[in-house]
Design a protein around this ligand. Structure first.
Ligand SMILES: [Zn+2]
Length: 396
């Protein structure tokens, strides 16, 4: 393998370490989605015939024509499905072809595994074909009325992100979570015609950078300029995530600009309730350091007792990600309150979805949209991954 010369030394080491022989690679046609991770109980229903297997031996334990809605809990002997005690720490449930599994009201394709963890909570993992998973993701991640080529571009970004997670989480119990920490996944319940059509139209296509997989981060609205992947961790300062792409395309997004007012008391109260703790009466709050793209990197809050330096992410976490929609903001001291003037929604790394929609409206193809937001990348068929050792960029 000859890595590209412009990459930094740390990255070269990461790339070399991540290159694995093909035999050890996971099958990119499937993905493991954590539906529940530390839940004391989930509700399970199976609409149709199913088989229950012991996870560790692979032996069939039980078969039935259906399972009425039951609570599943961890018990000292193993698992309890309603009144029935299953003396195993983990089970796999395989529905018959025409049957469907429902977990906590969400209808899922594929099979599920339920594992009782040491603390008696449950880990529920949905094993699902990648393309089926994407149908349940895209409908949650993009509006179904958007132009076809925008949906196609987002489908390819979502698929690439999933495949990247699959390859980088191989040794873990699951590849992705079902929430926005990975990609929002609604299962079969959430599927819509137009978004499913985009998944089908782009089947197997992903983007790669010089033959390497990287996490194709995307977000709702960049608010004017995309961000460097470094904000997700130093290893994500990658050429296709270099950011700084001026995007005047997402201005029609309802989140293009927004404003929030935080009173001094709001700030003091939020800090007192958080892990940061009280800083006394709030004296000032200002952005003291910005990223090259202009997002708040350090926000300094001075209090009567002490001064606190928070990251843009910390500030969003502190006041709520829905309230402070992005780190692209300015803070103005308006006496009794701080006025936060912001642009965009999300971290700003990678593809801007509202920008992608506008590019599609202007006649650009999915491929052109992807190379606009992920410079230097090309489309690759995921099947090709099984024929060569995969190089992963980013991550630890
Ligand atoms: Zn944008």
């Amino acid at each position: 393998m000859r890595p590209p010369l412009l990459l930094g030394a740390a990255l070269l080491i990461a790339m070399a370490a991540a290159a694995r022989p093909a035999a050890a690679q996971p099958n990119p046609g499937w993905i493991r989605v954590a539906i529940a991770r530390n839940d004391p109980q989930v509700t399970l229903q199976i609409l149709g015939r199913y088989t229950l297997f012991a996870l560790h031996t692979g032996h069939a334990i039980h078969q039935a024509p259906r399972l009425l809605s039951v609570p599943v809990r961890g018990v000292p002997q193993g698992l309890a499905l309603g009144e029935q005690i299953v003396p195993f720490l983990g089970v796999r449930i395989e529905p018959a072809r025409d049957a469907a599994i429902n977990v906590n009201g969400r209808r899922l394709r594929g099979t599920i595994e339920i594992v009782r963890q040491k603390d008696m909570t449950l880990l529920v993992v949905n094993h699902i074909a990648l393309e089926d998973y994407l149908r349940g993701v895209l409908s949650k991640e993009a509006p179904d009325y958007w132009p076809e080529e925008a949906l196609n571009a987002i489908a390819i970004a979502a698929r690439t992100y999933a495949v990247y997670q699959r390859f980088s989480k191989e040794a873990k119990d699951y590849d992705v979570t079902a929430d926005v920490m990975s990609q929002d996944y609604g299962g079969k319940t959430a599927e819509k015609v137009a978004t499913s059509r985009a998944v089908k139209a782009t089947t197997d296509w992903i983007v790669m950078y010089r033959g390497a997989l990287f996490p194709t981060f995307y977000h709702s609205t960049c608010g004017g300029v995309t961000e460097n992947g470094r904000v997700m961790g130093s290893s994500y300062a990658l050429p296709p995530l270099v950011g700084g792409i001026v995007c005047r395309l997402c201005t029609s997004s309802p989140f293009y600009s927004w404003q929030r007012r935080l009173t001094r008391a709001d700030v003091a109260w939020a800090l007192r309730k958080s892990r940061h703790g009280s800083i006394g009466t709030v004296r000032s709050m200002e952005v003291t350091r910005r990223t090259a793209a202009g997002r708040a990197q350090t926000v300094t809050i001075r209090g009567a007792l002490r001064t606190l330096a928070l990251s843009g992410y910390d500030v969003r976490a502190l006041f709520g990600f829905e309230r402070i929609r992005s780190p692209l903001f300015t803070v103005v001291d308006a006496g009794d309150a701080f006025v936060i003037d912001g642009h965009g929604w999300g971290h700003g790394v990678g593809l801007c979805q509202w920008g992608a929609a506008e590019l599609a409206r202007r006649g650009f193809s999915a491929r052109e949209i992807l190379s606009y937001y992920y410079p230097g990348t090309e489309l690759v068929n995921v099947q090709a991954l099984s024929q060569q050792p995969i190089v992963l960029l980013g991550g630890s």
